[in-house]
Design a protein around this ligand. Structure first.
Ligand code: ADP
Length: 479
């Protein structure tokens, strides 16, 4: 029997079946049926979140700690089941699905702790007898709009700080992965959140998301998704004078220098470019390699890629799952065709694969002979496709790495302390990795980028407070 998951508005599960969730490893497998909210339900969710804000924002640390800690504990206890369901709806491997679920639990645990560490400042005024207090308060109703590639971690890293700092929420997950979103909301609801504090409105971005953008009662929006939608969020938020935070694309460089440990470089490149089927905004899609190691690197990459097991996400042996859906698959294939037309050489993969079940299987693609001017080097593909760009030395590598409209992550593989140090200082990215994949970050430190990748304060760790709170400066004359 197919499950029917409803929206949560004011503590009530509401709605009729509106959309189907399909397993990309086996398109005959329907994960479930989901409610699809319209603009009226979105407006209702915003109104109840507004009404719940005064109570929740004054609830105090213990009530918030209890909900967040309980949520973390339940997610951790159910990590295998939730991770499996995530892999089933999104197509990342079981290990990646369980790993992401553990990450969500860790994030809730971190922000549970943060509720007990809220603090302010008390300073003397320049006027004698006057005291000045600086405190942080919740912003109000926060709209949370999330993409499909991290179905539980991204909702967790937005919902947990929003609740920890006393905000109420209207949450619109991506249509392709509603099960993980529903699960996290169900757990939080049962953990004891007062009604109206967290509202789930599954549905179309152009309907539910747009209703959130257009509402004067949404005080802040945290968005992760495409550049195009991010710009709409920005424009609508300026119109309503609300806070907004955007995480968008990447075209992240991994520089490999002549002095790199070849095994480390290949590990970093294969992980960074192809794990999670390349569907990460932190993926290394540009492999910038100096001439002395270029041929050895390309040969070693082809050898490694040939050994990768591509298959059903739920099969424990699988290392690369399917692409998320038909639209993304078409985009990947279109870019592979564009790369060939532009004159890059398809050195490995790029073809559709047949497996036992109908699914969106694509062999990871490696281009060589790419230039940084080609579209495949400038536009985000969001699939298992990477380009090797040959450069003569470190200086050229750094110039090419920074020559991009994006700036989320960057990486360098080298045994030279001098080059590693220089790269960390001069790479125009929000996150820099030395001898590590460009994807794969800690949960307790800031996440975010520069240029076309991100806008607004950082997410995650204590830095998340900047977005989810507003500062109040209070003056007191005691007489
Ligand atoms: P992707 O290419 O990753 O699907 P999108 O930017 O289209 O990126 O989607 C990211 C999130 O933004 C999804 O939850 C989607 O439903 C939502 N979204 C899409 N269009 C709009 C819109 N006009 N207003 C608000 N949210 C939207």
């Amino acid at each position: 029997m197919t499950v029917l998951r409803k929206n949560l508005i004011d503590g009530e599960w509401l709605g009729e079946a509106g959309s189907r969730n399909i397993n990309p490893s086996n398109t005959n497998d329907v994960v479930g049926e989901y409610a699809s909210a319209g603009p009226e339900e979105a407006k209702q969710a915003i109104a109840v979140a507004k009404a719940a804000f005064p109570g929740w924002s004054r609830s105090g640390p213990l009530a918030r700690h209890a909900v967040l800690k309980k949520t973390s504990d339940e997610i951790m206890a159910r990590k295998d089941e939730i991770g499996r369901s995530l892999a089933r709806e999104e197509g990342k491997t079981l290990a990646e699905g369980v790993g992401e679920t553990i990450r969500a639990a860790q994030i809730f645990d971190f922000f549970a702790g943060e509720t007990l560490r809220l603090s302010g400042e008390l300073v003397p005024s320049v006027r004698p007898g006057v005291g000045v207090e600086m405190t942080r308060e919740g912003v109000g109703v926060v709209g949370i709009i999330t993409p499909w590639n991290f179905p539980i971690a991204i909702p967790a890293w937005k919902i947990a700080p929003a609740l920890a700092y006393g905000n109420t929420i209207v949450f619109k997950p991506a249509e392709l992965v509603p099960e993980s979103a529903w699960t996290i909301v169900d757990i939080l609801h049962r953990a004891g959140l007062p009604k109206g504090v967290l509202n789930l409105v599954m549905g179309k971005g152009s309907v539910v998301g747009q209703a959130m953008l257009d509402s004067p009662d949404v005080n802040a929006i945290s968005f992760t998704g495409s550049v195009g939608t991010g710009k709409r969020v920005a424009a609508a938020s300026v119109e309503h004078m609300r806070k907004f935070q955007l995480e968008m694309g990447g075209k992240n460089p991994l520089v490999v220098l002549d002095d790199a440990d070849l095994a480390v470089a290949v590990d970093c490149a294969v992980n960074g470019a192809y794990f999670s089927t390349g569907q990460r905004c932190t993926a290394s899609s540009r492999l910038i390699v100096t001439a002395g190691i270029h041929d050895r690197f390309v040969d070693a990459m082809k050898e490694r890629l040939d050994k990768l097991v591509i298959g059903d996400a739920l099969d424990a042996k699988t290392q690369i799952g399917p692409v998320v859906d038909q639209t993304q698959l078409k985009q990947d294939e279109d870019y592979i065709a564009i790369g060939r037309q532009e004159g890059a050489e398809l050195a490995f993969g790029g073809e559709r694969l047949e497996r036992e079940t109908p699914g969106f299987y694509l062999r990871p693609a490696l281009f060589t002979g790419a230039t940084n001017a080609m579209r495949i080097s400038r536009e985000e593909i969001f699939g298992p496709v990477a380009n090797v760009i040959r450069v003569k030395d470190y200086d050229e590598a750094l110039t090419v790495a920074n020559d991009t409209p994006f700036g989320l992550t960057s990486g360098i593989c080298t045994t030279s302390l001098k080059h590693a140090t220089h790269f960390k200082r001069n790479s125009e990215a929000g996150m820099v990795m030395v001898n590590l994949p460009t994807a794969g970050v800690d949960f307790h430190v800031p996440f975010g980028g520069r240029k076309g990748s991100s806008y607004g304060p950082r997410e995650q760790g204590r830095y998340a407070m900047e977005f989810y709170t507003t500062v109040k400066t209070a003056y007191t004359f005691a007489g």
